[in-house]
Design a protein around this ligand. Structure first.
Ligand SMILES: Cc1cc2nc3c(=O)[nH]c(=O)nc-3n(C[C@H](O)[C@H](O)[C@H](O)COP(=O)(O)OP(=O)(O)OC[C@H]3O[C@@H](n4cnc5c(N)ncnc54)[C@H](O)[C@@H]3O)c2cc1C
Length: 406
């Protein structure tokens, strides 16, 4: 280590996903020596996965509407986003050479749609700032003296005694990408409160009749899903045993909380673009001398939507246009459970708000900060996930700087 490195403050960031890398960037820019440890052979694997279907970085809606998507998120997360809002994410991405655009849904994407060019440019920037990377290094907790303990793939045990630590270990979805929720045990044993992790932005099991299997992968477009007073219009996809997709993800928190009491019945309007009267007219016109199935097809329902209707009401659907329209516009489906966290897009639950101060520092471990999906917040898809991870990465780094100065 050189003389100047010796005199610099030293931070360890554990977890090289978007939250950890953003914390590393801020600290390195502030002149800190930063070491990033990750258990995987390379960094940002979930970020790269996020880019597979088009990297949705953030959203262009107004900030109050945007913040409302985070429901009951802790105040520290909301103020982190206010301090590093969607416009800052766009400036940051464009600073890394990734021009962005606003899609028709208001979502913001890089022009390339991918995460790989952004990640490459980001790692180059961090390298230029002197950030050191330690791949294949799994964090195991703290030793009796408070030093961080890591296991290298070689079996070698390493310890680090930084001036400050940022934990950014992610949630527990897609564990093969690195974040497996193994940190929950470490933090709980260290006395840090953690709200149990649950799958978020994931599918729900309905337990279809066997014939629904043939519709797996088929979309139900322009539908409205309702649970009590909450309604969302959008699209869902039929899966082998239930449904997944944006319109359900947006109701995910409500559905999960209702599931704690037992099965939950949602209703789906399969022709939400049409009023009941217009649908009755359409059905009456199509009905003349035709079978119910043909009538449904002619009125614009896809085979998958007809399958869902039949699954809910059985084979004997009414042929009276009024009763049929009422059925199409209010299909009751009973959700039995949440699908596995392994394929969920994100994780709800995490380090509890009361365990942290306003700067995301663990109250019982001064100098240890938390960022990203391992915090206890939840949001639907639409760019809200990366936005919160990046913003809390900035906030945790600012917390480190304020604490050290303070
Ligand atoms: C299929 C899919 C698509 C997605 N698409 C989008 C999208 O378009 N837009 C969006 O906003 N979000 C999207 N997301 C969500 C987004 O990718 C995550 O919210 C985000 O990556 C979380 O960032 P993070 O830094 O908190 O955690 P992660 O990205 O999970 O990073 C955590 C890191 O910590 C490391 N780690 C874990 N435990 C240890 C340990 N004990 N020791 C050392 N290292 C450890 C992991 O290896 C990992 O690299 C998507 C997710 C998935 C799965």
């Amino acid at each position: 280590m050189t003389q100047s490195e010796n005199s610099r403050s030293h931070a360890v960031v554990v977890g090289g996903g978007p939250a950890g890398l953003m914390a590393a960037e801020q600290l390195a820019k502030a002149g800190w020596q930063v070491d990033v440890y990750d258990r995987m052979p390379s960094l940002g694997r979930k970020f790269l996965m996020a880019g597979r279907g088009g990297l949705n970085l953030t959203h262009s809606e107004d900030l109050d509407t945007f913040l409302a998507r985070y429901g009951a998120a802790p105040a520290s997360v909301v103020s982190a986003i206010r301090a590093f809002p969607p416009g800052d994410v766009i400036v940051w991405a464009e600073g890394l050479g990734e021009e962005t655009f606003v899609g028709t849904s208001g979502r913001v994407f890089p022009r390339s749609m991918k995460a790989s060019p952004l990640l490459r440019a980001w790692l180059r920037r961090l390298d230029g700032l002197g950030v050191r990377f330690h791949a294949r290094s799994t964090w195991r907790g703290w030793d009796a003296d408070g030093a961080l303990i890591f296991d290298a793939a070689s079996g070698e045990r390493m310890v680090a005694r930084p001036d400050a630590t940022v934990l950014a270990l992610g949630g527990a979805s897609w564990p093969r990408l690195g974040s497996d929720g193994g940190w929950v045990k470490i933090l709980t044993e260290a006395g840090v409160a953690v709200t149990p992790l649950q799958p978020a932005n994931c599918g729900f099991r309905i337990g279809w009749s066997d014939y629904m299997g043939k519709f797996a992968g088929e979309p139900l477009k322009r539908i409205t899903v309702s649970l009590g007073e909450a309604t969302v219009t959008g699209e869902v996809i039929v899966t082998a045993d239930g449904l997944e997709g944006g319109a359900l993800y947006a109701l995910g928190a409500e559905i999960r909380s209702a599931l704690a009491q037992g099965p939950v019945t949602i209703t789906i309007d399969l022709r939400s673009g049409l009023s009941a009267e217009d649908l009755v007219r359409l059905l009456a016109k199509a009905r003349k001398g035709d079978t119910v199935t043909n009538t449904l097809r002619k009125s614009g329902l896809s085979p998958a939507a007809i399958g869902v209707l039949r699954d809910a009401f059985g084979r004997n659907l009414p042929d009276n246009p009024y009763a049929l329209a009422a059925a199409i516009k209010s299909v009751p489906l009973t959700i039995k459970s949440v699908q596995s966290i392994d394929r969920a897009i994100s994780t709800a639950g995490g380090v509890a708000a009361e365990a942290l101060d306003d700067h995301l520092m663990v109250r019982t471990r001064p100098g240890v900060f938390v960022a990203g999906e391992m915090l206890d917040w939840d949001a639907p898809t639409g760019g809200y996930l990366l936005q919160a991870c990046l913003a809390t990465g900035v906030a945790a780094a600012n917390g480190v700087l304020a604490w050290k100065a303070g």
